[in-house]
Design a protein around this ligand. Sequence first.
Ligand SMILES: *Cc1c(COP(=O)(O)O)cnc(C)c1O
Length: 283
Amino acid sequence: MPPPPHASIGIALDEVDTPALVLDLDALERNVLRMTDAEKGSGVRLRPHAKSHKCAELARAAFARVRPRPALRRAVPPCAGLRFAGLHAYHGSVQHVRDPRERRAAIAAATEKARLTKTLIENSGIACETVTGAGTGTFMLESASRVYNEIQPGSYVFMDADYNRNVWEEGWPRFEQSLFVLATVMSAPSPGRAVLDAGLKASSVDSGMPLVHERPGVEYVRASDEHGVLKIAAGAKAPKLGETLLLVPGHCDPPVNLYECFVCMRKGKVEALWPVTARGAVW
Ligand SMILES: *Cc1c(COP(=O)(O)O)cnc(C)c1O
């Protein structure tokens, strides 16, 4: 039996049962627009990666403005049913390297390998229509490379605490936090400490603890199964018992897979509930 809904359309965000996965639709839409604007006129196709969100509604929103794929011209005859479309060259390990110069150097080297491989394939008489790859940390480099003609960033629709620690060069598009975990303060035992109803089963800690959104001096320091412990600096505004707080996940992909749906909000009100369509599917 499906669990009872923990939110309904039209209610205020602080009436939502917690923990809940919250999507700020205004921020999401600005992120989608910023990416499409950044790629406009570049001649590079945007194929937004879907493993972060696993959500049909969100894919529709992210794709709403992506040109159609051109038909592939060339087949590889020896394998019936298979068509050679091109190269997929994704440098995953460099996406979260903080220093933009290091990201530039790593992508320059990877791009050179992709270019060389494409040339070798073409020299053997096989058309290499597509060179695709890239993520949120480097897509602007692959896009400018003249080697890639498709990019596949995904996390930019949400962002997370870890991506926000990357250093971005002037002129590179910046994305906003749109994904949050809504949590309630369930205990405030002392002035310097509070406990939330959101622990390891509510957010991810593989890329560091979640951040408490727009609450300076309030730090999420420890996660257990069901609870998160907050440390409150002297002088900081202490969260009250029963208060709801927004957490910024350390890494956006894993928490999405923990929830039945996104509670989509605009200006503090629930506007839609989007099911995490591919939840539990491990791809
Ligand atoms: C995750 C992933 C992406 C998207 O990367 P983000 O960091 O989420 O932008 C692109 N390509 C592949 C193969 C991936 O696994």
